[in-house]
Ligand binder design. Structure first.
Ligand code: NAG
Ligand code: NAG
Ligand code: NAG
Ligand code: NAG
Ligand code: NAG
Ligand code: NAG
Ligand code: NAG
Ligand code: NAG
Ligand code: NAG
Ligand code: NAG
Length: 510
């Protein structure tokens, strides 16, 4: 039975005589359905939803939870002199049939609204709701209407959003991590796949207004017209789970974009919160990944200036991987001569840990991470110890720490994002003392390693956010929880300072 509320709506119009109605009929919403609509500036659209519409009979004490959500897809075009954020649509909800035209005069606007997503949930107290979607009054020469989606369900929200948070890995909430970019590519890693039929996709957008950044329909309207995503699975990451990785290609150099991961939840599509990223300027950094030995490498590495466009990333990846594996051999031989099975050198670590941590360290120092010379406007660890900054080191021509890079690839001058010093400490902690592996102390450490920092720094009016997606040092897939959050003041275990610099420093000069 379809209910028609149009007559009631027209009848009650005079209560809001100062409001222009874009539409004075009340439309019915159906369970688990998303409706797209538009509303003019200052306009109201009215909806009705009743659980009887689901063709189920709910007894009074058996009412369902009602999930209502709206996303703003498009805003009217602002006048030239408008530089603010555009105010959002408002949602008014009534649960009483004595108020079938909710609005500012008789109800409060739904307050759970941010970045273009408005949600309202009602827990088992009503079987009917009356809804108004109200567009703000805007003065000046605005052009066009607001467009939006509205959906209601007794099962789940029709517009799920997943807050990116890799720290809650066990919470079963999907998240997305940016590995790195180069001039034309960006590589992303998903949260662990929980369900073998999980099939997330990546959406790359440009120019989504920040006030609509939690709206999937807004993101879809701003999707890049031409880009390519190679989606594969991988075991890399801070846990051994299977994850999806997304290699985005065909991007423009020195350009900012926003990425979302889309994942279905039942019959609807949810999105992660956005990740903003920029492609690099320098041509001598190229992303490599899926290495068989250094399997945690998934970032830009120095490459030949001439070869960026011509060298296949897989050829470059194999070349780096082969020489890292070759450098690992002496260690492998040494460790195999130690009787790991019978000699316990630590209560908490064994040879498996030593092998893993040495390999991680070795991959990080033989396969350096490359970044833009102008990255972060010359912010660098060591210049001002009070600010959060990346650990950058400018490498002159023929001065790469690993000489193989200059001999084989000839990158010229390039900039390294230094390995996190924790990778060195982990070897000291995990390996038998007879290996005499030490980490450099404070002064030398800051030349060769960086500290993991999270936070914000502003330089010349530009704000940089440092976090897992824009790291201050190369962690090589290690869980950030295992990295010392360091300030430039070298906040780390004092006992490590007693070690002189031997193996960790002289590796390539011996
Ligand atoms: C939103 O409104 C509810 C009641 O309707 C109130 O409990 C809650 O504190 C409000 N939240 C905010 C952020 O204002
Ligand atoms: C507010 O909206 C967010 C996003 O949809 C949702 O996760 C959260 O549970 C809502 N909060 C409340 C109090 O309804
Ligand atoms: C905006 O909405 C009004 C009323 O709903 C409609 O008459 C008008 O054609 C719409 N304009 C655009 C550009 O869609
Ligand atoms: C996996 O996801 C599909 C579709 O989302 C669902 O039908 C299925 O029940 C899920 N399987 C498990 C084991 O969770
Ligand atoms: C995942 O989804 C994409 C696009 O929807 C499709 O092309 C691909 O075949 C799907 N993969 C699997 C394993 O279902
Ligand atoms: C890459 O971009 C070019 C133009 O910029 C376009 O012609 C080409 O189709 C794009 N390729 C893919 C796979 O999107
Ligand atoms: C996609 O990536 C996989 C490795 O993850 C690679 O083997 C394959 O060649 C790539 N496909 C394309 C079209 O680049
Ligand atoms: C090392 O310890 C882990 C547990 O911490 C264990 O699973 C592994 O088998 C041990 N390896 C060796 C070589 O003893
Ligand atoms: C800030 O801008 C000024 C003038 O444009 C420039 O000289 C200076 O180097 C900039 N500082 C940094 C840290 O980029
Ligand atoms: C770098 O080394 C190559 C070969 O060893 C040499 O030809 C070139 O002149 C060197 N460049 C600089 C700037 O030292």
């Amino acid at each position: 039975m379809k209910r028609v509320y149009g007559l009631i709506a027209l009848f009650l119009t005079h209560f809001h005589s100062n409001i222009v109605y874009a539409q004075s009929t009340t439309k019915q919403l159906y369970d688990n359905q998303i409706v797209s609509a538009s509303v003019a500036i200052s306009g109201f659209n009215y909806y009705y939803f009743g659980v009887s519409a689901t063709n189920q009979l709910f007894s009074k004490r058996d009412l369902p939870t009602i999930h209502l959500s709206t996303t703003i897809c498009k805003q009217p075009a602002a006048p030239a002199d408008f530089h603010d954020t555009v105010p959002p649509l408002n949602l008014y909800v009534s649960t009483s049939n004595t108020n079938t035209l909710p609005g500012p005069k008789n109800s409060a606007a739904v307050n759970n609204s941010s970045n273009g997503l408005i949600t309202w949930t009602c827990d088992k107290v009503t079987s009917e709701i009356w809804i108004a979607v109200a567009a703000p009054a805007l003065t000046g020469s605005w052009a066009g209407n607001f467009t939006y989606e509205i959906g209601v369900s007794t099962i789940q929200t029709m517009h799920p959003i997943f807050i990116n948070n890799e720290k809650k890995d066990d919470a079963n909430i999907p998240y997305l991590i940016l590995d790195d970019t180069d001039r034309n590519n960006a590589l992303f890693l998903s949260s662990p796949i929980r369900n073998s039929s999980q099939n997330s996709t990546l959406l790359v957008t440009s120019g989504v207004p920040v006030e609509l950044s939690h709206s999937l329909c807004a993101a879809k309207q701003r999707a890049l017209p031409l880009y390519n995503v190679n989606t594969t699975t991988t075991h890399r990451g801070s846990t051994n789970n299977i994850r999806q990785q997304f290699m985005v290609s065909n991007l423009t150099q020195d350009t900012y974009y926003t990425a979302y991961m889309l994942q279905s939840v039942g019959s609807v599509t949810g999105i992660t919160t956005p990740i903003n990223f920029g492609t690099k300027i320098d041509a001598n950094c190229q992303i490599i990944y899926d290495l068989s030995f250094c399997d945690q490498v998934a970032y830009s590495v120095p490459t030949g200036l001439d070869s960026f466009a011509t060298t296949d990333l897989w050829t470059l990846a194999r070349a780096y991987d082969a020489q890292a594996q070759q450098k690992f051999e002496p260690f492998d031989t040494a460790l195999s001569q130690y009787n790991c099975d019978t000699t316990q050198y630590s209560l908490v670590r064994n040879c498996t840990d030593c092998y893993r941590d040495y390999k991680t360290w070795l991959c990080a120092v033989t396969i350096p991470r490359c970044t833009d010379s102008s990255a972060s406007a010359d912010l660098s660890q060591g210049t001002d110890k009070a600010i959060v900054a990346p650990a950058l080191r400018d490498i002159s021509t023929n001065a790469s720490r690993n000489p193989w890079i200059d001999e084989s690839l000839k990158p010229g001058e390039w900039t390294e994002l230094l390995p996190c010093i924790d990778l060195c400490y982990h070897v000291v902690q995990s390996c038998p003392p007879f290996m005499q592996f030490y980490c450099p102390n404070a002064d030398l450490a800051s030349v060769q390693y960086g500290f993991w920092q999270n936070g914000v720094a502003s330089v010349n009016g530009t704000t940089f956010h440092f976090d897992i997606n824009n790291p201050t040092c190369n962690r090589l897939g290690v869980d950030p929880a295992l990295l010392t959050i360091g300030s430039g003041n070298h906040v780390y275990s004092p006992y490590l300072l007693i070690f002189a610099c031997i193996v960790g420093v002289l590796f390539f000069t011996s």
